[in-house]
Write a protein that binds this ligand. Sequence first.
Ligand SMILES: [Ca+2]
Length: 115
Amino acid sequence: MTTVRGLALAAIVAGGTLAAAPTAASAMPDALGLQVWSDSHQRGIYRNLFGPQIMDLGKAGMDDKISSFKANGSKWCLYADTNLRQLVKTADAGEYVADLDGTGFNDRISSVARC
Ligand SMILES: [Ca+2]
């Protein structure tokens, strides 16, 4: 019985981690990650990035696409090139940028990392 309950709990945790909806189970990773959107004002394609230390956005299908973002959990650095080259923005924890248009790096970010 204990084993069955443990497996059920593991399934719930795994599902919550993958879910994009702001359910209670996914609140934790969303709160710790860098939330990015392909359009301004949290529209378009959405990704919550929180796994590895360094992330090239091509792997998330978001290379040169980000137009709005919210930094969570820590300071995040955003770069115009892959492999953390050409720093264009340092965002403090909790910082939300609704529209990158006019900043010079709309649709240009290619890699991100906690910094
Ligand atoms: Ca780029």
